[in-house]
Design a binder for this molecule. Structure first.
Ligand code: PLP
Length: 395
């Protein structure tokens, strides 16, 4: 191996990694479970022989665990469904495309203006297919405009998808209010909880949504596994075709080790959530207060709203965000200029645009996202590095 070797790993460890909303380092305990489960060489859970049946048993136990950790209903005939997917993107695609495909007639589909591309692009495909797509306005504070949602809802509305917390600003969305409004019109509700799980309370039944997406690698699980929780009775059609695995909803040979690792991730990070949130909040406040003290013209986007504890979208008006991100990269600080899907491009952030943030604030905005593996000393180093870099980049 010439590219990814131990030296590469060492280089990573020397950087300050503040891009955990893009992906987060795998927890050693999760890695151990993943490796141990891989080493068991579990057989195909669809095979009828003894080893196959053993894998099936393990997989179904894991499915129940994952649904249970997130507050899914586990009661016999009214049990909610947990479909394992390759991650958040597939879960979101399955929710939108699968729920709409299961509707007897096309109708109105409503999404927010701050969704991840795995929602917005899927919604545009449905629009091309004849769905009446509407986008909820976003308020300047980063929350969706509930009044506008109220004006969009009609009796032809089949599905509304609003994320639980935004990946760029961290702003937490009023999902229970969304559900209350939608139920009056008989519309189903999906929420993308990919960034929220492990960083705020996420209870499927309490939220009242019909479907919820999650992804392991945003909370120290492995990349390549996620899930869609589906409320009992919510119709969903498959978007992949093949065998009968996962009740035909997600055909393809089921991977046991990845769901097992997802379950371990949830167990670890939901059990320690309160302590982690308080630690993350301390780090975030240290960063934001430090930056605002040094750069009074800096803007913390969505500051007035309830936000995830690990996310800071901060803008330095007059500074080019791409140049700033690159300068930080050279200095060994990993952050991002928006969602990982648009990083590397200079595309302006759809979330900040939807919020109606001033152009110079959008142009100068970068995202820092911490994890519990970060330290106060790293926060101080980043502030120090920024105090050296920013005057060189200011217009
Ligand atoms: N939804 C949100 C809010 C995200 O931030 C992301 C990833 O950045 C996704 C969905 C996609 O998840 P995955 O990377 O597991 O496909």
């Amino acid at each position: 191996m010439t590219f990814l070797n131990k030296t590469t790993k060492l280089t990573y460890m020397e950087t300050i990694y503040f891009d955990n909303n893009a992906t987060s380092p795998i927890d050693n305990q999760v890695l151990e479970i993943l490796v141990n489960t891989l080493q068991l060489e579990l057989k195909n859970p669809a095979s009828q022989h003894g080893p196959g049946r053993q894998s099936r048993k393990q997989l179904e136990i894991t499915r129940k665990q994952v649904g249970g950790f997130l507050g899914g209903n586990q009661q016999g005939s009214t049990e909610d469904t947990t479909v394992f997917t390759s991650g958040g993107t597939e879960a979101n695609n399955l929710a939108l495309l699968g729920i709409c495909a299961a509707c007897p007639q096309r109708g109105r589909l409503i999404i927010s203006g701050i969704e991840h591309p795995s929602i917005t692009v899927a919604a545009k495909i449905l629009e091309k297919d004849g769905w009446d797509l509407r986008v909820i306005h976003t308020l300047h504070n980063g929350k969706i405009d509930l009044e506008h949602l109220g004006s969009l809802l009609n009796d032809k509305t089949r599905l509304v998808s609003v994320m639980l917390a935004n990946n760029e600003t961290g702003v937490i969305q009023p999902i229970t209010e969304v559900v209350a409004q939608c139920k009056n019109h008989g519309a189903l509700v999906h929420t993308d909880a990919v960034q929220a799980v492990g960083k705020m309370s996420v209870d499927f039944q309490l939220l009242g949504v019909d479907a919820l997406s999650l992804s392991a690698h945003k909370i120290h699980g492995p990349v390549g596994v996620g899930a869609l929780l589906i409320k009992n009775g919510c119709p969903v059609a498959p978007i992949l075709y093949g065998g009968f695995q996962q009740n035909g909803l997600r055909p393809g040979t089921e991977a046991c080790p990845l769901p097992v690792a997802l379950s371990k991730t949830l167990e670890l990070y939901l059990n320690s959530q309160d302590a982690n949130v308080s630690r993350l909040l301390d780090l975030r406040l240290r960063l934001e207060n430090g930056l605002l003290r040094l750069f009074p013209s800096a803007v913390v986007v969505g500051q007035e709203s309830l936000r995830l504890p690990q996310t800071t979208c901060v803008s330095f008006p007059g500074v080019d965000r791409q140049a700033l991100m690159m300068a930080l990269d050279v200095a060994g600080v990993c952050c991002s200029t928006g969602s990982a899907c648009s990083s590397g491009s200079s595309e302006t952030s759809p979330t900040l645009m939807a919020m109606g943030v001033a152009e110079d604030v959008v142009e100068g905005a970068i995202r820092f996202s911490q994890s519990i593996f970060n330290t106060p000393a790293e926060i101080d180093s980043v502030i120090d590095i920024l105090s050296g870099v920013l005057p060189l980049l200011s217009e």
